[in-house]
Design a protein around this ligand. Sequence first.
Ligand SMILES: *Cc1c(COP(=O)(O)O)cnc(C)c1O
Length: 383
Amino acid sequence: MKIHTNHPVISIDEIVRPTRVEVDLKILTENFKAIRTHVGNSKMMPVLKANAYGHGLVRIAQLYEELKADYLGVAVVEEGILLREMGIKIPILVLGGVWGNQIPLFLKNNLSITASSIDKLKQIDETAAKMKTKAIVHLKIDTGMERIGVHYYNAEKFLDAAYSYKNIFVEGIYSHFATAEFEDLTFPKLQLERFNQVLDYFNKHSIKSPLRHISNSGAILQLPEANLDMVRPGIMLFGVYPSKNIKKTVVVNPALTWKSLVVYFKVIKDGNSVGYGLTWKPDHNIRAITIPVGYGDGYFRSMSHKAKVLLNGKLYPVIGNISMDQIVVNIENDSAYNSDEVILLGSGGKNSITAEDLAEWAGTIPYEILTNINTRVPRIYLE
Ligand SMILES: *Cc1c(COP(=O)(O)O)cnc(C)c1O
């Protein structure tokens, strides 16, 4: 068992925090292989933004490099630089836009740049010329998300410009779906059609097509004609489906267990309220345990009065408002002892708590649950 932590002071052997995340690398490996088989010849770009959806950026990147992923995708340049510093060698595309004076950082660290305007292309070309290098660029086309990228109906000029710059290598061209996880695929199909129209450029000008990619998890599951040269799975790598009603054409399983230990046991007497705001009180004596986790770890306060945890395979309710660092759980007449294991997310016995459950309690989506598990929670990897 290996522990990875970004903590600058505490060494691996000293980690004593009862609250931790365990990540099963065998399950992640199976998920990756299942997706690879499903997409056939398309290349794979695991998307590892936001600390690899909470699973820990560096170790997860190492795993996909070992598994021969073709590319890695991250959101911001700092994530890319960290991966280079940790020795990751495979190509890395930064999916977010370039901001301010970041271009030299991309070039120094051999990171592929998302170019989303002619203006940016020009800046990239000039910087690459100064640094006597060639910039690797993926062109971003907006086919309906209205976030970043050149609109599909203005793409021709953008492509002309891209191929006119001497210090730019156009390695890829991509777009992004807004609703690929919906049951109704009308809009993703329209987006794909728009993207394909843009891609006709290469035929028309007899230019060898760069890597074409558009599919996120939703599209990988539901729209195989969008696989093109490369796919960009994110959440499904981690065994979580992007929506409830999506077609589960690939079987993937969650790999993350968020757990803690009982650190306190007491009886709360009839009529005595619990926690900040005194928002909950029993009408009879109950037994209660305290767990050292809270919204400061990403255990959302909005789950107060809804969340449950698993103790000895049984579900128990969190009572009172969730604090920054602690929660209180009602175990009624049952027994618990200090250091008993408590599962916040994951399986225990016959029961399980999923990212979807937490999302429902918090009024959000599973993505936000996973990406918000704070970095102060140590990640432990089951190899
Ligand atoms: C986040 C992201 C993905 C992955 O999305 P999932 O829904 O998690 O599969 C793919 N491409 C881009 C550009 C992204 O930002």
